[in-house]
Unconditional design. Structure first.
Lengths: 179, 167
């Protein structure tokens, strides 16, 4: 095995200082490259995904490298070998915010519509905010609209879905310029 | 006529602070020509700073009219010793840069600016630019101070949930 192998190393742990330092130390000392990563705090849990690469190893051996850290920091690591990535979608980027009083099905109704129209979700964040008495649900999505989808009324469809749910929706295009 | 190589980060010359232009000589004329040629050759490019072709002088060539969505603009501009002297409002764009390939990030910029500069005869001028053109001119002027959009990226992701508490 000499080819460059990609692995997804994921963890969710009660938040405290030092998690990234401990994880990246292991990557560094074992000659892994961090190719891509994203981490955020969810309900007090630090949640991280690292896409790393190294030649000549498999998922089991990567998992073993993390065994000491699992013990000392009481963190569960998940290691997954990555197969070939999907085709990177091309098109215009839009931000969709849907928000309103908390009720079941907000994420699902929007996501199902997008799936039916074959619209790719690039980023999704949800949060419950507001007070305990009247919680507000917020969802922010970044989607990619294929050029052939432009002007087909997807925005109006989403506005109707939102109206039916009793939520508010805002759709705006992200302008990207290379200077 | 010379299309020059556009320097790519981490070339250290991109982080240098460019020198003021004090006279229009053959060298300065050549830099202006090269900037124009390089910008045109890049096709989609709407602006370029001398720093990006490795010339340490305060010159920018920009043309916001090359963006078909930008309706109000000053057309092709040669900006010598440009300086933003007034800022107003805020606008967010997702920026990329010829000197930082394959990466874009959200940047906050002033929506409207007053830019003081000297033209190709070193005559002092002041223009007001808005929206796309304002962002373009801020981006290019930044290059002359060794500042890349990477120094100003606020977030790759949406910022809705960042909560600030003011006490």
């Amino acid at each position: 095995m000499n080819q460059k192998n990609l692995f997804a190393v994921t963890l969710i742990a009660a938040d405290r200082p030092g998690i990234v330092a401990a994880v990246s130390k292991i990557f560094y000392e074992n000659s892994f490259n961090i190719e891509d990563s994203s981490s955020t705090l969810l309900q007090g849990f630090f949640s991280a995904i690292f896409i790393v690469s190294k030649e000549g190893v498999d998922a089991d051996s990567v998992k073993k490298i993390f065994a000491p850290l699992e013990k000392t920091m009481n963190i569960d690591f998940n290691v997954q070998a990555m197969s070939e990535a999907g085709v990177k979608p091309i098109g215009e980027h839009f931000i969709i915010s849907v928000y309103g009083s908390d009720k079941p099905g907000i994420v699902n109704k929007v996501a199902e519509y997008l799936a039916n129209r074959e619209i790719n979700i690039l980023d999704l964040q949800t949060k419950v905010a507001g007070s305990e008495k009247s919680p507000i649900y917020l969802m922010v999505l970044e989607v990619i609209i294929d050029p052939k989808m432009m002007g087909t009324g997807w925005e109006d469809d989403l506005k109707k879905i939102s109206r039916d749910m009793g939520t508010d929706v805002n759709i705006r295009q992200i302008e990207t310029y290379e200077f | 006529m010379a299309v020059r190589e556009v320097l790519k980060y981490p070339d250290p010359r991109l982080k240098e602070i460019a020198e003021d232009v004090v006279e229009i000589n053959d060298y300065i004329k050549q830099v202006i020509t090269d900037l124009s040629d390089t910008m045109e050759a890049a096709g989609h490019s709407t602006g370029i700073a001398a720093t990006q072709i490795g010339e340490n002088v305060r010159i920018v060539v920009a043309d916001a009219s090359k963006n078909s969505k930008c309706e109000v603009n000053h057309g092709r501009l040669v900006l010598i010793n440009p300086e933003v002297i007034q800022w107003e409002g805020m606008i967010q764009f997702r920026e990329g840069c010829m000197s930082v390939p394959d990466y874009t990030g959200n940047v906050n910029r002033a929506k409207k600016i007053l830019l003081r500069y000297q033209d190709e005869n070193l005559e002092q001028k002041v223009i007001e630019a808005e929206d796309f053109e304002a962002v373009l001119l801020q981006h290019e002027t930044d290059h002359l101070d060794g500042t890349l959009f990477l120094d100003r990226v606020i977030s790759k992701r949406t910022d809705l949930f960042r909560r600030k508490k003011f006490k």
